[in-house]
Design a protein. Structure first.
Length: 342
């Protein structure tokens, strides 16, 4: 009887691995069928489970030797599928390690530090917000889920960042841009449907940043919808693309930063970047959840890279890194942009 139970257990394990392999194949098909791209948001979890299963294949006391061998082959197949997406991310992260040092030597570029941070709509701590931004010391900060009426009196931020673009009401958008340099042509947009599930999503705040000695660039601070419902997400990306292409006539240098609510190793973000003639600068930088966030009462390590920085090809960028903060359910991210001189 015990042997029969063990046989059944081994068969169930093999069926589970076959299911995992099928999911991995569907994830790769996400490049062509957008709804399957949702699976790729969990590629880090799939890869970690695959590594665990591979290790267990050497120690699990299987009663069916042939099934054990087949199971190991299936696990290796799953890991190969994950490496198709996570491999380039890992390589990109390591190859950017010394990017800042190399680019800083280029006297034809002007360095500008950019911070992107979803501060979380439930945040009321003004001191922590000001401290996070000032300690990170960016030249420009793009904030999401920022309620304007909640943070009216911020003398420290006003002193360091005298140029600010904000939405008038959180019902319009919850975005702001803080800058040490002048901002012009400030515009806000509603990208999605008026009846979408989350009123904070589908928003855009744009401004042109004028850094002395550098070519001006158009900054787009975005907060997009979750991957599902798919039609809403694709609609917002298409509308964002239209705005970027329209503005390019007057401002060729462009930067898009913010909470895309799509992970970097899924296909949608990079496909959007190619259509918009932009480059995604962050590689393997998980930003959600942050240490301040609880999911089902669990404090989980970040496994989704929801926040991104995209730039025009003529704007070089150093490594994108996470910044510690006592607030927010996302990690803030920061990079140095190297702008062409006038």
């Amino acid at each position: 009887m015990i042997r029969l139970i063990r046989h059944i257990l081994d068969i169930c394990i093999l069926m589970g691995l076959v299911t995992g392999a099928a999911i991995s194949v569907l994830a790769l098909l996400g490049a062509f069928i957008p709804v399957f791209d949702v699976i790729n948001h969990f590629q880090i979890i799939i890869a970690l489970l695959g590594l665990f299963a591979l290790a267990m294949s050497f120690v699990w006391p299987s009663t069916l030797g042939a099934l054990k061998s087949y199971g190991r082959i299936i696990v290796i197949f799953i890991l190969c599928c994950s490496s198709v997406l996570l491999g380039p991310e890992l390589w990109g992260r390591f190859s950017h390690r010394n990017a800042d040092e190399t680019l800083a030597l280029d006297t034809g570029k002007q360095p500008l530090k950019l911070l992107s941070f979803n501060i979380y709509m439930g945040t009321w701590d003004r001191k922590a917000l000001a401290g996070t931004v000032i300690n990170a010391d960016p030249d420009v900060a793009a904030l999401q889920e920022f309620a304007p009426n909640r943070f009216k009196n911020q003398p420290d931020l006003k002193r360091v960042y005298p140029h600010q673009a904000k939405c008038q009401s959180w019902r319009v958008c919850t975005l702001t841009i803080l800058s040490k340099h002048p901002l012009t042509d400030i515009k806000s947009y509603h990208l999605g449907s008026s009846d979408q599930n989350n009123p904070l999503h589908g928003k855009l705040l744009a401004a042109t940043v004028h850094m002395p000695g550098a070519v001006p660039f158009r900054l787009y601070n975005v907060h997009l919808a979750w991957p599902l419902p798919l039609a809403e997400k694709l609609k917002q990306l298409d509308r964002l693309l239209e705005i970027i292409e329209s503005d390019r006539k007057d401002t060729p240098m462009q930067v898009v930063s913010g909470d895309f609510n799509s992970t970097g190793w899924a296909f949608r973000v990079d496909q959007f970047a190619r259509k918009a003639d932009l480059k995604r600068r962050d590689r393997l930088v998980p930003t959600f959840p942050s240490p301040n966030s609880l999911i089902k009462r669990l404090r989980l390590p970040a496994f989704l890279s929801l926040d991104h920085i995209l730039t025009s090809p003529d704007i070089e960028a150093g490594a994108v890194v996470r910044v510690r903060s006592p607030i927010g359910d996302h990690w803030p991210i920061r990079t140095t942009l190297y702008l062409p001189q006038k």
